[in-house]
Write a protein that binds this ligand. Structure first.
Ligand code: F6P
Length: 323
């Protein structure tokens, strides 16, 4: 199958490193003499024909930029059969031989719908939540984790000086991968993630108590947003042991900023592989990493997989916070 013209889009929550992936798609396409168009505002761009021609000039100095130069959206219209048909007509009208969709699970479900209508699609995982089951690594996770770690390190300074308790809410939607990683990295007193059943007394109060008996006078509680709000957890701590915790919701700060080297390099590799897969005649695939290697799986298989917090991370956390 000859590939002459492709489209690339970013969809769902943005993630640092998306631009590096777009840049890599464009450069790889140009290397093979393929025209590349940026579809703007996620799947809405396919519905409305909102596109720009991308070349080496338009993507220069984007490898180091957070956000996405293509804008992003969670398209409601694309969830409808009518919206999907409009998007497919745009692909046909423009003569796109393939679409590369960068985002999370929602983006992949959209790509599967396009594929079911005969459009060639390859997906690249990008979400700070790192909750895509078929891949150990998603673009943006590394940057977001490092941003959260830096913020919490700063918080610790003032918590230590004032001998306080801090409750910090980390993003992740329904998943605790980001919170667990960040909690381990900052040496948290306790980490709450939605994947693990929570016994408030055992998992929070006893951890604080044991830290106190071991000579600590400040406490850092990391809460994944999917485990409940930091404000509620802080209120419960106050009610139980009369500490007066300070609450910090890191929020969208975690989604911005200059991508780390790891995010840039992996995004570059994934962008390259996505174009290569189209050239090999593959479609309906997700580029992913497994056992330290880059590979690809079908969108159906990828979406059907389940991913849990590593048992080892839970065990290490228990040892680090058990005292
Ligand atoms: O999926 C990425 C993410 O940042 C989640 O961690 C968070 O729950 C959600 O997006 C926030 O979405 P919005 O940008 O719509 O506030």
């Amino acid at each position: 199958m000859g590939i002459k013209r492709i489209g690339v889009l970013t969809s769902g929550g943005d993630a640092p490193g998306m631009n590096a992936a777009v840049r890599s798609v464009v450069r790889t396409a140009m290397f093979h003499g393929i025209e590349c168009y940026g579809i703007r505002r996620g799947y809405n761009g396919l519905i409305n024909g909102d596109l720009i021609r991308l070349d080496e000039k338009s993507i220069s100095h984007t490898i180091d930029r957070g956000g996405t130069i293509l804008y992003t959206a969670r398209s409601k219209e694309f969830l409808t059969e009518e919206g999907q048909k409009k998007a497919v007509s745009t692909c046909r009208f423009l003569g796109l031989d393939g679409v590369i969709a960068i985002g999370g699970d929602g983006t992949f479900r959209g790509a599967r719908a396009l594929s079911n209508h005969g459009v060639n699609v390859i997906c690249i995982p990008a979400t700070i939540d790192n909750d895509i089951s078929c891949t150990n690594y998603s673009i943006g996770f590394d940057t977001a984790a490092n941003t959260a770690i830096e913020c919490i390190d700063r918080l610790r300074d003032t918590m230590q000086s004032h001998e306080r308790c801090s409750v910090v809410e980390v993003m992740g939607r329904n998943a605790g991968f980001l919170a667990m990683y960040v909690g381990l990295a900052v040496g948290a007193t306790a980490v709450l993630v939605p994947e693990e059943p929570i016994d408030f007394n055992r998992d929070v109060i006893e951890k604080i108590r044991s830290a106190r008996f071991n000579g600590f006078t400040h406490y850092m509680i990391v809460v994944a947003e999917g485990s409940g709000s930091a404000a509620e957890i802080a209120a419960k701590i106050k009610e139980s042991i009369d500490l007066d915790p300070r609450v910090t919701v890191l929020g969208h700060i975690q989604r911005g900023g200059v991508p780390t080297g790891r995010d840039r390099v992996n995004a570059t590799k994934m962008g390259y592989l996505a174009v290569e897969k189209l050239l090999e005649g593959k479609t309906n695939r997700i580029i992913c990493t497994a056992n330290g290697k880059f590979t690809d799986v079908s969108i159906d298989d990828g979406l059907a997989m389940e991913r849990r917090i590593q048992k080892m991370e839970v065990e290490v956390l228990a040892a680090m916070t058990g005292l």
